[in-house]
Design a protein around this ligand. Structure first.
Ligand SMILES: O=P(O)(O)OC[C@H]1O[C@H](OP(=O)(O)OP(=O)(O)O)[C@H](O)[C@@H]1O
Length: 240
């Protein structure tokens, strides 16, 4: 009975666009949203994924990454944090639109393949997949950690081990989205801890939904390095 109900709900979800909720004939997206979703192939920094004005520009290191490399090896992302991709991220995080996880997982896997194929790109076979953690209070309020759910899908798609305990948030912090760029790194000081048993000597792929200043991923990668990770790559759905 419960299974039949689940199937019926799944069938119902399959008739709606996972981004805008419009009724569709297809499984995941309406024509309008599908038409807008395309991976960004050029015009980004290979170090921090910062976007340049021209998306036709050959990817290379930005000035900031040349002078102050980030504490990760390289970054991969699907697209700019705009339009349909932004709606998808916001729906996952604040709208409880978890049906979007299937699509988001596929986009992340597509992004991983693209960024693993470029020179100096993502590790094609990470030894551990980890997620940016949320504090237990936020978890209790939201009911799930969207980054963890995304990381699970990436790990399953890559056939790589997922370790939900690899990183932990040790204290509650103000949401990055509410802070100015210069306040963001300070907000996260000492807020993340990595578990040495999970990451020591291993190549880690760290997954999050969106990168804005990169402060969150930076704080997490510093924790991974402190716990002895051999390498950390970062992968996000959207770059702001
Ligand atoms: O690159 P940054 O400038 O660090 O910003 C990006 C981070 O900000 C958001 O989390 P936020 O802290 O707002 O929310 P959450 O803890 O509620 O997921 C987002 O999910 C990223 O983790």
């Amino acid at each position: 009975m419960i299974l039949r109900l689940r199937e019926a709900l799944r069938a119902l979800a399959g008739t709606r666009c996972q981004v805008c909720g419009a009724v569709t004939g297809g499984p995941w997206l309406c024509g309008e949203c599908a038409g807008e979703l395309r991976p960004r192939l050029g015009g980004f920094c290979t170090g921090c994924a910062a976007l340049t004005e021209m998306d036709a520009q050959t990817p290379g290191l930005c000035g900031k990454c040349r002078t102050r490399p980030r504490p990760w090896s390289t970054a991969g992302f699907y697209g700019a944090y705009r339009g349909v991709l932004r709606d998808l991220v916001l729906g996952l995080k604040f709208g409880g639109r978890l049906a979007g996880l299937h699509l988001a997982g596929e986009l992340l896997l597509h992004a991983h393949a693209l960024h693993a194929a470029r020179p100096g790109g993502l590790d094609p076979a990470p030894e551990v997949v980890a997620a940016v953690p949320v504090h237990r209070w936020r978890l209790a309020r939201r009911g799930y950690n969207q980054s963890l759910e995304l990381a699970r899908r990436v790990a399953a798609g890559l056939g790589a081990p997922m370790d939900p305990e690899a990183l932990r948030k040790t204290r509650a912090t103000r949401p990055q989205s509410k802070l100015k760029a210069r306040e963001r790194l300070e907000n996260l000081g000492g807020a993340f801890e990595a578990r040495p048993e999970s990451v020591r000597g291993r190549r880690v792929l760290l997954v999050d939904d969106v990168m804005t200043t990169g402060a969150t991923l930076e704080a997490c990668c510093r924790a991974l390095a402190a716990a002895g990770a051999a390498r950390a790559d970062v992968l996000v759905l959207a770059r702001d």
